[in-house]
Design a protein around this ligand. Structure first.
Ligand code: CP3
Length: 357
């Protein structure tokens, strides 16, 4: 069944989320939230522990339990594995810390050709066995599809080069322009790591994958096309299992939306500044769209949230290829009650049956 996902016991379960990824008919709009695991959930804070998020994510039982928390609380249609985009490069010893409130910090940032030696092939069963183990636990316990994910080579490269979160990406831009060969080698190595990581998650039981190129919109479209797109395309085309839907997401991608799609996505994740109808005008009605409630709006009074949710559902215009989500991740101060309300609103909106069957 195309619109179902397989659990390890071999039974096929129907899923509105998988149907929407494939632009097939289903009764109601599926919804999940980027960064739904962790963040503002009190039950997360209880079992999170005091160490780094990288430690919490390397305990498969705990990672599986955290992954399930938003599914149980909100009734979302998909779970996203509790992990981080920096896990693979951390696991091969690049020297990464994730600092609370800041994000990934690299002790010795990537600077020169010498630093290429600090990267190597990812052997998932040896380097990140806990990722596969967490997904295997979830295949038994999770009632909805589990989304595996990875950072796209560009976004991961930007953290390795800048050494810390940066809005300007000056060092990254300088390296890609001034050292094209080093850039190509770095991006190729990161692409290989990303491909191994995603295929490992799929083999372990992930029912969909999302490639986060969060900062793809921070560079000029022509530069994106030459220096970033080819690698993301290679990653998406190297997914071994063609049954698994591929979601490709970035912030500020309106000018490069067609490239985000033709890189090989089944679903294009859009940010809050890209109205769904504008995205469809660029991409056509065949490809599915994920998004795009502004996470900041979730901090506003509930009437404001309701209006924004209705507006998105209206702009979607009864299209089956829509997965409701935020335009970026859940903000730490978000009231979980607001997200529960968003899920109820989205689920109570009925999709009309397609006349062509
Ligand atoms: O949806 C989920 O929550 C699943 C798990 C998940 C995490 N990170 C856990 C996490 C996912 C999908 C990510 C992806 C991720 N990580 C991205 C891509 C998505 C995006 O936001 O654009 C990026 C850029 C990162 C890098 C990163 N890790 C940042 C910028 C931060 C924020 C630091 C902070 O404290 O605000 C992190 C830390 C992080 N990753 C936390 C969690 C739950 C919070 C820290 C903690 O709990 O210790």
């Amino acid at each position: 069944m195309e619109n179902s996902f397989l659990s390890t016991d071999g039974t096929a379960k129907k899923s509105d989320f998988i149907s929407a990824c494939r632009n097939e008919q289903h009764p109601r709009v599926p919804v999940w939230f980027m960064r739904q695991a962790g963040r503002s959930l009190p039950e997360y804070k209880k079992i999170r522990g005091t160490g780094s998020i990288l430690e919490a994510a390397s305990d498969p039982e705990r990672a599986a339990q955290i992954t399930l928390q938003p599914v149980e609380r909100y009734g979302v249609d998909a779970a996203i594995l509790f992990s981080d985009i920096m896990v693979p490069v951390h696991s091969i010893g690049f020297g990464i810390e994730i600092q609370p409130g800041i994000g990934p910090v690299v002790e010795n940032p990537f600077e020169s050709i010498e630093d290429l030696k600090r990267l190597r092939t990812l052997e998932p069963e040896i380097d990140v066995p806990y990722v596969g183990e967490a997904i295997k636990i979830l295949s038994q316990e999770c009632p909805v599809p589990v989304i595996g994910f990875a950072g796209a080579p560009f976004t991961v490269a930007s953290y390795l080069i800048e050494g810390k979160p940066s809005r300007l990406l000056e060092k990254t831009k300088a390296l890609m322009e001034q050292e094209p060969e080093i850039w190509d080698s770095l991006m190729n190595q990161l692409s290989d790591i990303t491909i191994s990581s995603l295929n490992h998650q799929i083999e372990s039981g992930a029912s969909a994958i999302q490639l986060f190129d969060s900062w793809a919109g921070l560079i000029e479209p022509e530069i994106y096309e030459q220096k970033v797109f080819p690698y993301s395309k290679r990653v998406l085309s190297s997914i071994n299992n063609s049954r698994v839907p591929k979601i490709h997401f970035g912030v500020g991608t309106q000018p490069i939306l067609h490239l985000i799609a033709v890189a090989g996505a089944d679903v294009v994740g859009i940010d809050s500044n890209t109205p769904i109808d504008a995205a469809r005008a660029k991409l056509g009605n065949e490809i599915a769209i994920q998004g795009n409630l502004d996470p900041e709006i979730c901090l506003e009074p509930i009437e404001v949230v309701e209006k924004a949710v209705s507006e998105i559902l209206k702009l979607n215009n009864n299209n089956f290829g829509h997965i409701f989500n935020l335009g970026h991740g859940v903000l730490p101060d978000t009231d979980p009650g607001v997200l529960s309300h968003v899920v109820e609103m989205v689920h109570s909106h009925k999709l009309l049956e397609r006349k062509d069957g």
